[in-house]
Write a protein that binds this ligand. Sequence first.
Ligand SMILES: [Zn+2]
Length: 101
Amino acid sequence: MNRTEQKTVAKMIYIYCAAKHGSTKALCADCEELRKYALKRVASCKFGEDKPTCQKCPVHCYSPQMRDRIREVMRYAGPRMLYKSPVLAIKHLVKGLQKNR
Ligand SMILES: [Zn+2]
């Protein structure tokens, strides 16, 4: 995962937390946990920046519980930040999450 993707994930969680949990500057405890988890998982992806796509990745980056939470964040925040973030980064992330639907 590159820096752009990491920023994208963090930003989506901020948008989500601000809207759903009323957070202003810092994330609430739950969302902070989610952010750390997500960044750690994607940062440790063994394919690094050369990976084909998460869809083909044999490694399960997210536990089912965390995947559900991330998916909810993306569903909410994704459409709200498309205009200011690289579309590719989001497409890549969403693709990876759809694999075990
Ligand atoms: Zn929150």
